[in-house]
Ligand binder design. Structure first.
Ligand code: NI
Length: 152
């Protein structure tokens, strides 16, 4: 595994729509390993491939601070969003001085493929749903600062 450089706000790749993964080949597996190491080193709870300069639809999340579990999602698709939660977000690609509140669904359905090519379809709530929304937004060139919640 190797650490990858984390691209910062202002880099055009963070504003591009990422491409679907067609083949889960050795390069993709290496990318997933590297994203894991890079996210853990940066003490993050999620990372999207465009953040390390790869415009592909891949995210990893670490949704529970009390668990070592990291979930890898290839070609993730969010559906069935319901409810609302407002909370402060930050991003490894954005200076922490810009952390701000964002409204997200409380509950959603997520479908994705894992590194072995197996399809998954599951529900997420609360913080996990927030992280999934934040990371999948990266795949469409959206940053959390675009969605700052101005209410109270
Ligand atoms: Ni982010």
């Amino acid at each position: 595994m190797a650490l990858r450089n984390i691209f910062k706000e202002g880099e055009p790749i963070l504003r591009r729509k990422a491409r679907e993964v067609v083949d889960i080949d050795e390069r993709i597996l290496t990318l997933l390993d590297d994203m894991r190491e890079t996210m853990l080193r940066a003490d993050g709870v999620g990372l999207a491939a465009p953040q390390v300069g790869v415009s592909k639809r891949i995210v990893i999340i670490k949704p529970d601070p009390d668990s070592e579990e990291i979930i890898e999602m290839i070609n993730p698709v969010v559906s069935e969003k319901s409810g609302i939660q407002v909370g402060v977000e930050g991003c490894l690609s954005v200076d922490s001085s810009k952390n701000c509140k964002v409204a997200r669904p409380m509950r959603l359905k997520i479908e994705y493929t894992d590194r072995d090519g197996n399809p998954h379809s599951e529900y997420a709530v609360g913080f996990k749903a927030r992280v999934i929304c934040h990371e999948t937004d990266h795949l469409d060139g959206i940053l959390f600062i675009d969605k700052e919640y101005k209410g109270r």
